[in-house]
Design a protein around this ligand. Structure first.
Ligand SMILES: [Zn+2]
Length: 148
């Protein structure tokens, strides 16, 4: 497969037919020339076809999802206190919010982590309420035993 006269195969315009390209112009007036895989029936690429807004929206959403899903290392265990008190949970929430805002964690990682902290808080509160109730019940029973 020798390349003669310095023209690589397939780029000899006299022989190979020009592949279909987007016929729109870019903002600077140069032809778009997006490759055929991006062209719709209109002969315009995804970016230039006014009828493909929904498709563009999907492409943007997909791009956002891919970016968001890109695996990030996450926080170091030393960044977070052991989760024992509601104050710890507050510190976790603040640390996670900062991490998401600065790109240290993805939105998805942040949502999952915050949901877990919320669940922990709810479980903690429920446990506390149960303990209080048990104490109150014990007090009430104690009083009843006192002869009047
Ligand atoms: Zn185009």
């Amino acid at each position: 497969m020798a390349v003669e006269d310095g023209v690589p195969e397939g780029q000899n315009e006299g022989v190979a037919p020009e592949p279909r390209r987007c016929r729109a112009l870019n903002q600077d007036g140069t032809p778009c020339r997006a490759s055929p895989q991006w062209l719709g029936d209109s002969g315009l690429c995804l970016a230039h076809d006014p009828d493909r807004e929904a498709e563009r929206q999907h492409a943007r959403t997909l791009g956002g999802l891919r970016t968001g899903a890109r695996r990030r290392k996450g926080l170091n265990p030393s960044d977070l206190p052991p989760l024992r008190t509601p104050q710890d949970a507050k510190a976790w929430a603040a640390r996670i919010a900062t991490a998401v805002a600065t790109g240290e964690l993805s939105g998805q990682q942040g949502r999952v982590s915050l949901a877990a902290v919320k669940l922990w808080l709810e479980a903690h509160d429920a446990e506390e309420v149960a303990e209080r109730l048990a104490r109150v019940e014990a007090q009430v029973k104690g009083r009843r035993r006192v002869p009047q």
